[in-house]
Design a protein around this ligand. Sequence first.
Ligand code: PHE
Length: 344
Amino acid sequence: LKSRYLEAIGNAGDEAALEELRVAAIGKKGEVSLKMRELGRMSPEERQVAGPALNALKDELNAALAAKKAALADAALDARLKTEWLDITLPGRAGGRAGGSVHPISQVTEEITAIFADMGFAVAEGPQIETDWYNFDALNIPPHHPARQEFDTFYMHRAEGDNRPPHVLRTHTSPVQIRSMEKQGAPIRVIAPGRVYRSDYDQTHTPMFHQVEGLAIDKGISMANLKWTLEEFCRAFFEVDQVELRFRASHFPFTEPSAEVDLRCSWEGGQLKVGEGDDWMEILGSGMVHPKVLQAAGVDPEEYQGFAFGLGIDRLAMLKYGIPDLRAFFDSDLRWLRHYGFAA
Ligand code: PHE
């Protein structure tokens, strides 16, 4: 019995065969198990001999099964290693996978940041999930102010019973004005590029888009400084000698006076020219920072004043690269990216 099983175990070709042998020998109804059950009918003397012998046999078969199982696993691994190897020293295949590239919005954000850095603006950041204090109240937009409606705000849900005002996805980069003045005080010159969110969707609006906030606070800053800064920026960004900006009287609760700024341009046959033509493209909102905003951020409006602006990065990217539909920026369509030269 013993040598028969040991030989069969030695010859087993796979785990299934091994399992069959285990069941046949020491399974509940296996040959060895049946013999163990017969012990009860033996005389004490017989049992004293047969008992330990059967136990030893069972142990030996178990050990043989385990050893064979390990050997089979080793052999299987060897076989895989032989077939599934990979030569990592082989050179890459030319014309295979294309490398990644910088997204046009990131590229334009970097260009804008570099231009303002040359004019002495540092980069500031703030969270995209904002409290309604920073996004609204501190910017002179109290709870029931109509401007809250105009922003198409996304509100974050609060747990039931939590009655604090909800967090919002920031609707503009203006809260970073407050955060950076709190941190740094005045004088200050910063820009804050980043994502902002509004529930809005058409050819020139996406629910997530990008702004650059600008803030310059010092003694004796005026609208003239704002105008020069923006003109200088546009010349550098669009790489033209002359630009024409149109300041349109407007209203923002956080600036007084306020102006929306349009850029003279022409669209001919899908080709955009900046600085000439009869079209005006709105590119930003701006104004002199409201005294209440300075106060909310701990800056004394008797001593300091300054300007702020909020530029639409996506709009600028559309203009610079002649892209008619903003939504395409966020489709991740490689054909589109290649068409505009943004991917290899
Ligand atoms: N936060 C305004 C917007 O998103 C733009 C703005 C910024 C206006 C700073 C004035 C000053 O529309």
